[in-house]
Design a protein around this ligand. Structure first.
Ligand code: TYC
Length: 140
């Protein structure tokens, strides 16, 4: 039986090779032991600093104001100010954009808050008998 000990300087391993020969068989066995030094990295894969796990941000939702032919402009502005806390100037711009283009994004919020505010604003229009409509949709 032959025993061969091989040390690798490239990788921190030691290989032990047995060769036992019988009448008509040769058995070769290799035992590979990986050496771990204190404070010394073993291999490149183990030295890689684990990247921060990618956390998915919750989707945000646009609140969209839709134009109609009946709701008075001043009323639209007052709803935008009350529900979405826009200044008179911001509210007027949003209202005019919806009036001219058919719709306008008011704000982008978390799903729950966007839906609650759109519902609240729709309710205010309904209370006054106006067809004022706010919808929500996920941001791209
Ligand atoms: N178009 C309405 C009017 O002329 C005003 C209006 C503006 C209504 C924007 C809804 O989202 C709207 N009275």
């Amino acid at each position: 039986m032959t025993v061969l000990v091989v040390c690798s300087f490239i990788e921190p391993t030691v290989s032990v090779l047995w060769q036992a020969s019988g009448k008509d068989t040769i058995i070769k066995t290799r035992l590979c032991v990986r050496i771990r030094y204190f404070g010394v990295p073993v291999s490149q894969s183990e030295t890689k600093t684990s990247a921060k796990p990618k956390t998915q941000q919750p989707r945000r939702y646009k609140v969209i104001l839709l134009n109609d032919d009946y709701t008075p402009q001043e009323f639209v502005v007052s709803v935008l100010r009350k529900v979405f806390r826009l200044t008179t100037d911001q509210a007027s711009r949003v209202m005019i954009t919806a009036h001219m283009k058919g719709s306008c994004v008011v704000v982008v919020l978390s799903k729950d808050i966007a839906e609650t505010k759109a519902q609240e604003a729709n309710e205010m229009g309904k209370q006054e008998g106006y067809p004022l409509q706010f919808t929500t949709e996920p941001e791209e």
